[in-house]
Design a protein around this ligand. Structure first.
Ligand SMILES: *[C@@H]1O[C@H](CO)[C@@H](O)[C@H](O)[C@H]1NC(C)=O
Ligand SMILES: *[C@@H]1O[C@H](CO)[C@@H](O)[C@H](O)[C@H]1NC(C)=O
Ligand SMILES: *[C@@H]1O[C@H](CO)[C@@H](O)[C@H](O)[C@H]1NC(C)=O
Ligand SMILES: *[C@@H]1O[C@H](CO)[C@@H](O)[C@H](O)[C@H]1NC(C)=O
Ligand SMILES: CC(=O)N[C@H]1CO[C@H](CO)[C@@H](O)[C@@H]1O
Length: 397
């Protein structure tokens, strides 16, 4: 007899063969126990079970595109089901995630959520399997703000360049400083993306309370400045192969647009992004502990191996890096400062294609596949009437 939790696992993952499920049977108990204790899925005899139910909360300007690419690749390869909007690449935001943004999971199971949304933990929990692994990524808030300033044209939002903006910080009203570009982008971006309400930004008690919640929800919080270690921890958490976590760091900011802030300017920006500063500090400390627990030497060996593998793939796949081209009719916010990878014309390896794929076309390809198999996994079509909106098929059950 299969124990109950195993039945639910085999039920949730029809795409995996029996063998894969039986093989780690003896260790599943340990894995099941370790699932809540963060980065140590591998049991003492070295057998672990590949995780296929994953929530990646993609924070803005945190190198999240690299992690997203890894998840899209893996999910595409293993025919997993994605939580996807009917079009585009946003699930809400600035509105927080809601189960009504996607079809109700009944005859199918969602496996991966890897697209931009604003966290509402309970709503995500309502559509994702209960054994999902929750991941997000943080980055130095000064870098995020500086990067956002050029990427999202904050010069228009705040009507001045970043240096003047910082100089005038004490003169600006709270209301002015809480502006968000397109309602989405502004100060304390990570906190905002992770579902924190801007009303909390100045209250330490509330910030710390929310950070405790985040810490209890996420199995692993990656650190953008420490991408190699992050990828190694991610690989072990998910029990994936090394090639699964190779990434070429897509969406990097074009170096010619890098600005140059003084130490004082940085300190002032940190005060503006106070909630994010506390968040970053908390999760970097936690990350340090996890690397420590993983073992420093073991980590050094594994990051070296990953870098070697990444270089091999890069040399095989990438011929050049160029600014991305504006796609006609794209609703996606376009910025010419984003670099993309060009692949060799003579290399046909499919993995090269997916490793260098941009988010939108890759998402579209996955959506088409999933739409053909599980059209009901997408938000039901809404018939719009002049006066009222009718939701179809949501009310059943
Ligand atoms: C901060 O939030 C806590 C808890 O909601 C509240 O008791 C306290 O009065 C707030 N502090 C300030 C300065 O608003
Ligand atoms: C592809 O073309 C490049 C440059 O022309 C060459 O250096 C490389 O070896 C070729 N790769 C393969 C697999 O033929
Ligand atoms: C792509 O390249 C990798 C690494 O060289 C290789 O293991 C894999 O089999 C290739 N895939 C195809 C479809 O040729
Ligand atoms: C639009 O609303 C009117 C009045 O309520 C109704 O008669 C009509 O059937 C509605 N059309 C659609 C397409 O739902
Ligand atoms: C000292 C220095 O390099 N200053 C440069 C900082 O960046 C601005 C533009 O972003 C340049 O105009 C300055 O020369």
């Amino acid at each position: 007899m299969l124990p109950n939790f195993l039945k639910s696992v085999s039920h949730l993952r029809p795409q995996y063969s029996r063998k894969l499920i039986i093989l780690p049977l003896a260790t599943l108990g340990i894995v099941g126990f370790l699932i809540n204790t963060h980065v140590s899925f591998i049991s003492s005899n070295g057998i672990c079970y590949p995780q296929t139910n994953i929530v990646f909360l993609k924070t803005h300007k945190c190198a999240g595109s690299s992690i997203q690419n890894i998840l899209l690749r893996y999910g595409d390869k293993h025919k997993l089901n994605f939580v996807l909007p009917r079009s585009g690449n946003y699930l809400g935001h600035p509105s927080v995630f809601s189960r009504f943004m996607v079809g109700p999971p009944r005859s199918f199971t969602f496996n991966v959520l890897a697209h931009h949304t604003r966290l509402n933990y309970n709503e995500i929990k309502a559509v994702m399997p209960s054994n999902s692994v929750y991941i997000t990524i943080v980055r130095d808030p000064i870098q995020i703000f500086e990067s956002s300033y050029s990427y999202y044209s904050f010069d228009k939002l705040f009507k001045c360049d970043i240096h003047k903006f910082i100089r005038n910080l004490p003169k600006f009203s709270d209301r002015f400083l809480s502006r968000r570009f397109r309602g989405k982008f502004g100060a304390n971006q990570m906190f905002f993306d992770l579902g924190g309400d801007p009303s909390m930004f100045k209250n330490n008690t509330q910030i710390l309370h929310y950070l405790n919640k985040l810490e209890s929800w996420f199995h692993l919080v990656l650190v953008a400045e420490r991408m190699d270690e992050s990828l190694v921890l991610l690989r072990h958490l998910l029990c994936w192969d090394i090639d699964d976590v190779v990434t070429f760091k897509l969406n990097a900011r074009n170096p010619i647009y890098k600005s140059n802030l003084t130490e004082t300017e940085k300190q002032n920006l940190l005060r503006l992004n106070h909630a994010d500063a506390l968040l970053y500090d908390r999760f970097v400390k936690k990350f340090d502990k996890e690397v420590e627990a993983f073992g420093r030497e073991r980590m050094a060996a594994e990051t070296a191996e990953l870098n070697k593998r990444t270089l091999e793939w890069y040399e095989m796949c990438v011929s050049d890096e160029k600014p991305s081209n504006k796609r006609k009719k794209s609703k996606h916010y376009f910025n010419p400062r984003v670099m993309t990878f060009q692949t060799w014309m003579n290399v046909t390896n499919e993995t090269c294609g997916s490793m260098t794929a941009e988010e939108l076309p890759f998402t579209e390809q996955i959506r088409q596949r999933q739409m053909a198999i599980y059209p009901q996994s997408f938000k039901p079509v809404i018939l719009r009437n002049k006066t009222k909106t009718t939701k179809l098929s949501l009310k059943k059950n």
